[in-house]
Design a protein around this ligand. Structure first.
Ligand code: NAD
Ligand code: HSO
Ligand code: ZN
Length: 435
């Protein structure tokens, strides 16, 4: 049995909900070494790691994707793919347009103006995974909000296939989504190249995108030198279900995320033991038909299982503690439970909203926080690619009215030069008033 059934409160259930990657320290050490090498040796190190981890010998010239390669990619994709991709692009674009924040400035009664300028970042790096699968959908999910925000330079990195190329689907997605530069590099070495810059790749201001544990830890390490969107690591699905749910659907949805990575997580919380048993049986059955069954089976054994809760309230409390990337509510009236959900990257309601609806096409972003970080991170969105600058403009009348309060606060902090910057103006304004 790859899919365990555990009792809420048991040691195994607690361990499943803790989700600790056993050898995290080893991954961290490996990532730090890669970052340091790329920082010191630039392109040479990036190319050496690409040879080692991706099995591909590139040069500084060939690691950048040429115009001819993009044009050729269009000749290798089918019309049906292009139509599906464009439908996804348009849905994602429409959803993200709604997120666009506006600059604002408002005068008050004294004529003072306060406001906020919203500006796009100039140059961003987007990571598109590609170690064990091809992710044109992640190209759209990263590049479209960047374009909507108004970012001019969108630099994409993705690991090359064994033939030294990127997949034509990924390249076509990049062109359709408005990516401006593409490099065939992946893993921690690609994150390092974007963060530090190399002879060939100019440093970016922000790195977004999902990836495996190496990519995610690398983003965490370079944070501060560049901004990052979040920690979007190995995929997760948590389903809360009652006895009305269809076990065949539940098993299919759990497997949809298990097939991403041996470190992916798929958890079912239900008060119905009968349902859990039916789901476990379905998982075994459906697993056999999957192409990536080895990956899915490994992930289920370590990070998958059903937990039997006393009731749905307990299931919701455990889900909030886990803060999953994807939460499915497969219960009689899902909307009734929504108000109790505090922490999740994305919520899927009802039997006809399987998680892949969000992965590919509905419009909301599929780059989502994992590893419990949905407690404080949001889905990738347009604002991630923008920054806000405050605006202040005081009139003489405004400064006269509030200046003394500023002088008082500055003097209290012992910052008399601050106080003076206001006081010299107040002196002039008082004299003007007296004349
Ligand atoms: N959270 C999200 O929003 C989201 C979205 C899509 C995908 N994902 C996740 O993205 C991941 C994609 O993973 P992937 O592996 O297919 O592609 P990837 O591009 O993330 O990783 C592949 C790279 O990992 C590096 N690597 C592999 N083994 C290594 C080793 N031993 N030492 C150092 N570096 C090594 C290599 O450089 C390789 O190019 C999955 O975990 C999937 O669940 C998450
Ligand atoms: N489920 C992934 C996020 O965890 C996104 C994705 C892309 N393609 C398929 N799925
Ligand atoms: Zn997925």
């Amino acid at each position: 049995m790859v899919f365990r059934i555990l009792q809420a409160g048991s040691v195994e259930a607690e361990r499943l909900l803790m989700k600790e990657y056993g050898d995290l320290a080893c991954y961290e050490q490996a990532v730090r070494e890669i970052l340091a090498e790329v920082k010191c040796r630039g392109d040479e190190a990036v190319l050496a790691y690409t040879a080692r981890f991706d099995g591909v010998e590139l040069t500084a010239a060939t690691m950048r994707v040429s115009e001819a390669e993009v044009a050729e990619a269009y000749t290798r994709v089918d019309e049906e793919f292009l139509a599906a991709l464009r439908l996804a692009r348009d849905n994602i674009s429409a959803f993200h347009q709604k997120q666009l924040p506006k600059s604002w400035a408002e005068p008050d009664q004294k004529g003072n103006v306060l406001g906020q300028l919203v500006r796009p970042l100039e140059r961003v790096g987007i990571y598109v995974p590609g170690g064990t699968a091809d992710y044109p959908s992640s190209v759209l999910m990263n590049a479209i909000p960047a374009r909507v925000a108004g970012v001019k330079e969108i630099v994409m990195v993705a690991p090359p296939r064994r033939d030294g190329r990127l997949s034509p689907y990924t390249l076509v997605a990049a062109r359709e989504a408005g990516v401006t530069e593409i490099y065939k590099i992946g893993g921690a070495q690609a994150i390092a190249a974007l963060a530090f810059g190399t002879e060939t790749i100019r440093k970016v201001d922000l790195i977004t995108g999902p990836g495996n544990i190496y990519v995610t830890l690398a983003k965490k390490e370079v944070y501060g030198r560049v901004n990052i969107d979040m920690l979007a690591g190995p995929s997760e699905i948590l389903i809360i279900a009652d006895e009305t749910a269809n076990p065949r659907y539940l098993a299919a949805d759990l497997l949809s995320q298990a097939e991403h990575d041996v470190l992916a997580s798929s958890v079912l919380l239900t008060p119905s033991r009968e349902l859990a048993e039916a789901v476990a049986g379905e998982v075994e059955k459906q697993l056999q038909a999957l192409e990536r069954r080895e990956i899915a089976a490994k992930s289920l054994v370590s990070y998958g299982g059903a937990i039997i809760t006393a009731d749905l309230e307990e299931a919701v409390a455990l889900a909030n503690r886990y803060a999953p990337e994807h939460l499915e509510l497969q219960v009689q009236d899902p909307w009734q439970w929504l108000g109790l959900i505090q922490h999740a990257g994305a919520i899927f309601l009802g039997p006809y909203t399987p998680e892949p609806v969000g992965d590919y096409l509905a419009g909301p972003n599929h780059v989502l926080p994992t590893g419990g970080t949905a407690r404080f991170y949001s889905a990738l969105n347009v604002e991630t690619f923008m920054k806000k600058t405050s605006l202040l403009s005081y009139t003489a009348r405004g400064l006269k009215a509030e200046g003394e309060a500023i002088v008082k606060l500055a003097n209290t902090e012992g910052l008399t030069a601050h106080a003076r910057a206001v006081a010299v103006r107040l002196e002039d304004l008082t004299e003007e008033g007296e004349q």
